[in-house]
Write a protein that binds this ligand. Sequence first.
Ligand SMILES: [Zn+2]
Length: 325
Amino acid sequence: MAAAHVTGSLLASGVNTHERPSKVAGLSGVATIGEAQFKLLSLVGRKPELKGVVAAKLAALADELEMTLSLDTEKSDNNISPRGPLDHLPLTTTTTPGSGPSERKHEADSNPVDDLKKRFLDFKINYYLKQPQFVEPLKTGQSPKILFIACCDSRVTPEYITKARPGELFVLRNIANLVPPMEVAGKLHYGTSAAIEYAVLHLKVEHIIVNGHRACGGIQALMTQKRGGKTTDTGSKSFIGDWMDVARPAKTKTLEQCGHHDLQTQLRFCEKESVNNSLRNLLTFPWVKQAVDAKRLQLHGWYYDFVEGALSTWKPNTPGMELLT
Ligand SMILES: [Zn+2]
């Protein structure tokens, strides 16, 4: 029950719950704060006229808990770090030995991991619990139709930019969204090849999208050799240079076709040509080529320009490019 969790958390932090009973005790039949939130939201959904009452009661509860924790902190002058279901709330007030109230910081407000925990609860409430028609089938397996190969770049988020639901995309991300050629000896890039094999032979995806993007750090390293050398700044082996060698044919073509242009023009060209290089490399895997020849599998080149908010799409060996802006 939520009341038990909250009480346990307050006890762990030294709060005297007998003197200041939590009003959460009124929410019976729920196991977590997320479920309590869901129960309240469902109630308000059925009876919108309760919005004001619910908001006022929640605000009063938050004020009471915050005041209780603050009073306890001032009394004990010890570190307080509640453990349990209150951790994700911005209630955690900490002190360091010898510091006074003015030095206290609300760490949860600035902690990006805590922020993700909060957003998980939002996902749980607004998707996982509300849309069982999409969630339930995934509990027994996955059957995505698309293998989506993207860069690790934090600005290129496949599910976010395509609004894909869990289960729709089998996602493979690596530096610069590269596909190496089929290799069985020498430089082995098994991580990427294994994911492609699983998607094609076991999941039997019907499409593979290789998604390049503007301002790719990997392509810049390839074209300028910055951070693309054989060693890191501290002298240890660098993996980036070897990995980006996969796209070296794209660099060669870029220099042939627009070596006389400025660097930015070369980078934009190489970012797209590297996608073509990866599409060609996909066909070096015999089971990819067989599936493509049998028309069970289609390959697609995509290029996401997050500066312009535009997406270009094309198919290998097919003239023309569709531009979505
Ligand atoms: Zn990139």
